[in-house]
Design a protein around this ligand. Structure first.
Ligand SMILES: [Zn+2]
Ligand SMILES: [Zn+2]
Length: 268
């Protein structure tokens, strides 16, 4: 939702770039942010391949792909991984059979080499010295979250995930506590305030109070609140941060908390 009310945190949908110590480029999701990432990658000609980890197949996580510049470069290689059914979704955007053609270029005419995810997804993927573990999301139609471990550094990325004590799909709160233990950076969906989430149960998103609880119980060092509601303005996102910080304060917890911002860079 780009516009004058989203200039601080940005208005694009999910796309996160990770650079490993060994120089590999990992991208999570192909939301509208991937258009800007494509421009950035083309300005770095030493990068000729990426590992694209898809969380799930919802539209806001796929819709930027047709605008990803490296798709049209024959020397570029994209290895798709993560949620396997996303590969069909990524192709379908380009299919002329879908709503009589959603895009004028066919998937088969894209110039980059694009590898599908493995037929039998592995629980742990090794990228040089980085181990990528996957965890089922609690979200309509399912999906995956990821944990990246490199040496003693840990980065956990869980978006489109509804934290509830008793899991209604995927996994319950305790499972996520186990998965997220001692993350240096924990990125978690925090789309709602607690008073909003009660009427949105089953939508697959979390609230400030429960996300703060997860950060406290897992001993996260830094918490990044992710997946801002499309109706949330910059002012509203600041309130999301404040409410989460108040919750952390209530337990005398000194975890650093911020909201995801377009273009933000975090060094681990
Ligand atoms: Zn979703
Ligand atoms: Zn989403």
């Amino acid at each position: 939702m780009p516009g004058p009310e989203t200039v601080i945190f940005g208005g694009n949908t999910t796309c996160v770039e990770i650079t490993t110590d060994s120089g590999k480029t990992v991208v999570i999701d192909a939301g509208t942010g991937i258009r800007i990432l494509g421009d950035s990658l083309l300005r770095r000609p030493e990068i000729k391949s990426i590992h694209l980890f898809m969380t799930h197949v919802h539209w806001d996580h796929l819709m930027g792909l047709p605008f990803f510049g490296p798709l049209f470069r024959p020397d570029f290689h994209i290895v798709v991984n993560g949620c396997r059914k996303c590969f069909e979704g990524l192709q379908r955007i380009f299919s002329s059979n879908y709503i009589d053609g959603a895009w004028p270029v066919c998937f088969g005419d894209l110039k980059a080499r694009i590898d599908p995810p493995p037929e039998f997804p592995m629980a742990v993927v090794a990228l040089d010295d980085v181990l990528v573990e996957q965890h089922k999301l609690q979200h309509p139609q399912g999906g995956l979250g990821f944990k990246f471990t490199e040496g003693n550094k840990k980065f956990v990325f869980l978006t489109d995930n509804e934290l509830t004590e008793e899991g209604w799909a995927g996994a319950c709160f305790k499972d996520f506590v186990n998965f997220c233990q001692e993350a240096d950076v924990l990125v978690h969906d925090c789309q709602y305030f607690p008073e909003e989430v009660v009427s949105r149960r089953g939508w697959g998103h979390s609230d400030t109070k429960t996300v703060a609880k997860l950060a406290i119980e897992t001993g996260a060092k830094k918490l990044i609140l992710f997946h801002h509601d499309p109706w949330r303005t910059d002012k509203g996102v600041k309130e999301i941060i404040d409410r989460c910080a108040q919750e952390l304060d209530r337990f005398n917890c000194e975890i650093s908390v911020d909201a995801a911002r377009e273009g933000a860079i975090i060094n681990l």
